[in-house]
Every structure is written in C-alpha cells, then in structure tokens.
Design a protein around this ligand. Structure first.
Ligand SMILES: NC(=O)c1ccc[n+]([C@@H]2O[C@H](COP(=O)([O-])OP(=O)(O)OC[C@H]3O[C@@H](n4cnc5c(N)ncnc54)[C@H](O)[C@@H]3O)[C@@H](O)[C@H]2O)c1
Ligand SMILES: [Zn+2]
Ligand SMILES: [Zn+2]
Length: 354
C-alpha cells in the first residue's frame, strides 16, 4: 500500500447505523486502510439518497449488517491507494456509488449488465459508504469526477443522476415523445432535466405542489398533483393525447405505480426505480391488449455513469440542493420521510469534523 500521508488521521467522524429504525450516531471510528485495488478517499461532500433511509430502516428483503455507514453519493480526493491500483492516483477527485464493485466475470458482467452482478458490492450498504470523512472505493469501479465540477452539485449525479439517466434509456422512448416522471424528489427533479436534455416531453406527478413547481422550473410541460386530482392517470391520458410513451416511477409510494401504468399509451413502457417496500396490482387484460411493458431498473453501469457525468459537465443538468452538516443527518432523514426536501440534501463533510 501507498500509506496514507501523515496528515491523514487514524480516526474520523461518521454517521453509523447501529440498529434498524433507530437514529444514526455520529461516532468516532477508525479510518480504513486501502488494500489491493482499493483507494482511500477524503470525502468533501455526499448526497443523501432515499435508499440510505431504506438502509437505515432495514426496509428491504436483502438487508445491510449493522453497524454500517450509509452513503453512496460521496465526492472527494484520493489520499492513499492499494498496491494494485492503476486507474486513479493520489490527488484525483473521485466518488463512490451504489455499484461499489462487481465481479467482472459472471454472465451479466460479461454482457454489459454489471448492475445485475450477483456478486456486486454496494456503497453504504454491504461496504461502508460516504457518511464519514473518509471512505474506501474500488478503483476499478469508482466514478471519476470531471475536472472543474462543483463538488457539492456533482454528488447527486452519482446515484440520482445515473439511475434516472439509465431508467430513461430503459423507457425505450424517442425524442419528441412524452415521458412521465412520477415522484419529483431527489431522483425525479434530476430525471426531468435528463429527459429534457434527451429531447423528451415531460409530464410530472407528485403529491406536493412545490415539487411540481420545481418540475415546471426544470422543463415539465404537464404537472398533476396525485393527492388532489380525481383520476391522475385519466388526466395524463387526456393531456398527452392518448397517454405517455414511457414512464419512470421514482415515487416512494406504492399507489404511484399502477397510476403510472394507467397513464401509458398503447405499446408504452413503465420503468420502476422507486423502491417502497410494497406490491401493486397489474391488470392482466390491459397489459396484454395494450402491449404494455413493465420493467425494473437499478442504477447504471460505469459507462452509464460516465455518460451521466458528461451531461452534467456540459451544463445540461443542474441539481437543486441544500447543504447541511453530518450532525444534521437524523433531521435530514426525518424531513425526507415526510417529503419536505426540495431536490437533494448534500452534506458538507469538511465542516463535520475529522
Ligand atoms: N432503482 C434504483 O437504482 C434506485 C436508485 C436510487 C434510489 N432509488 C429509490 O428511488 C426512490 C426515490 O428516491 P429519492 O432519493 O428520489 O427520494 P425522495 O424522498 O427525494 O423523493 C421521493 C418523491 O416521491 C414523492 N411521492 C410520494 N408519494 C407519491 C405519490 N403517491 N405519487 C407521486 N409522488 C410521490 C415525494 O413527494 C417525493 O418528492 C427511493 O425508494 C429510493 O430507494 C432507486
Ligand atoms: Zn441512491
Ligand atoms: Zn459479475
């Protein structure tokens, strides 16, 4: 290993999940040492994704093992590297991601579907993440941040951005066609911007008028408040002259999913990315007769990530975010749970103590 420089401390502040469903503790824990292909990164900023909240609650069937440090939108500088590292070097600016690493050898890795690798590791879930002043990344998989990027603003691209960019590709829509973005939170407000940058026309659904205002600000032509509309799917069918060609559901509420299916045009595709721990009924008759496709999508490959970062670097994507401190993490989760966050929260880790 290229040992951490003398200025790298041996302990750091990190927000740790000790038990599902209880507040995170900001603890002093050991700074890890990189081996093999790993690099140690001093984190400057990290986005807070709703997945981190699901992780802290243990919402999903496959659970992380406490104690763990969440966070998979971290951005910072490489301060030490393991012996096998060649792709990045000390001083480079990199991030972590949900797809922390994959095996590189299975049939999915071989065929450009590393996001489906059964042997993948996940940042802030099976490997400690970016809610600490330092984090490990796998140098073969970590996103490389474009030169000159604003380190706070680029964080949300690393999960929200790549996920919605890949999800939009999976709608199989073409430029000029309608795409529904359901849920205008961290993912959704960025999805509106990628959709516009990709030449789609955007309809947006949320349960909060301020979120819909944000969607209009980013280019949505149609907005529907699912909490007050009598029949959101019928409104969307009417406003788009026969339904949306594609839909991307980022909402954290099971009701949004059948609504999105009901908004589709004949032959349309709905892509599910939101992960509420719910089920929803799928009407067999209309799915068959209208030739609908229902598809799941999980983050993106390294190639999707570099494409998503390139849209950002060219000024096409401007995340809306507010900056907070690590000590605020439990308040941030509370606000997220109640739908009170506009865009994304990004934590300033440099101000959170080392
Ligand atoms: N598939 C993936 O690769 C992937 C990647 C990242 C996040 N996620 C998941 O996506 C979801 C969204 O994450 P986020 O960080 O954007 O969350 P967020 O909390 O920032 O946003 C959720 C949005 O859903 C809205 N909403 C709630 N009920 C709704 C309804 N009935 N109809 C429409 N909108 C509704 C909320 O008002 C909010 O704007 C989470 O479940 C997260 O785990 C999936
Ligand atoms: Zn995420
Ligand atoms: Zn694999």
């Amino acid at each position: 290993m290229n040992a951490p420089s003398e200025t790298t401390p041996t302990t750091m502040q990190a927000a740790v999940v000790h038990e599902f469903g209880t507040p995170l503790c900001v603890d002093s824990i050991d700074v890890p040492s990189p081996t093999g292909y790993e690099a140690l990164v001093r984190v400057d900023y990290t986005g807070v994704c709703h997945t981190d909240l699901h992780a802290a609650h243990g919402d999903w069937p496959v659970k992380p093992e406490p104690p763990f440090v969440p966070g998979h939108e971290g951005v910072g500088t490489v301060v030490a590297v393991g012996d096998d590292v060649t792709r990045i070097k000390i001083g480079d600016v990199v991030g972590n991601a949900w797809l922390w690493s994959a095996c590189g050898e299975c049939e999915w890795c071989e065929t450009g579907w590393e996001t489906l690798c059964p042997f993948q590791k996940n940042g802030g879930y099976s490997v400690d993440g970016s809610f600490g002043r330092y984090m490990l990344v796998d140098s073969r998989y970590c996103p490389i941040i474009p030169e000159g990027a604003d380190l706070a603003a680029v964080g949300p691209i690393l999960c929200a951005g790549v996920t919605v960019y890949k999800g939009l590709k999976c709608t199989d829509t073409k430029p000029g066609e309608w795409v529904l973005i359901s849920g205008i939170g961290g993912l959704g407000h960025i999805a509106v911007q990628y959709a516009i940058a990709m030449g789609r026309r955007v309809a947006a659904v949320d349960v909060d008028d301020e979120k819909l205002e944000l969607a209009r600000h980013h280019g949505a032509e149609i907005t529907v408040n699912a909490a007050s509309a009598a029949d959101p799917a019928a409104e969307l069918q009417e406003a788009t002259g026969g339904g949306v060609h594609g839909a991307l559901v980022t909402a954290v509420n099971g009701h949004a999913f059948p609504q999105a299916v009901g908004s589709l045009r004949r032959g349309g595709t709905v892509v599910l990315v939101g992960l509420p721990p719910d089920q929803f009924p799928l009407d067999i008759f209309s799915t068959v007769l209208l030739g609908l496709t229902v598809r799941g999508s999980i983050v993106g490959t390294r190639k999707d990530m570099s494409e998503a970062l390139d849209f950002y670097a060219r000024g096409k994507i401007t995340p809306t975010y507010s900056v907070r401190k690590l000590d605020d993490i439990n308040d941030v989760f509370d606000e997220m749970e109640h739908g009170k966050i506009e865009g994304r929260v990004v934590m300033n880790m440099a101000e959170s103590g080392a």
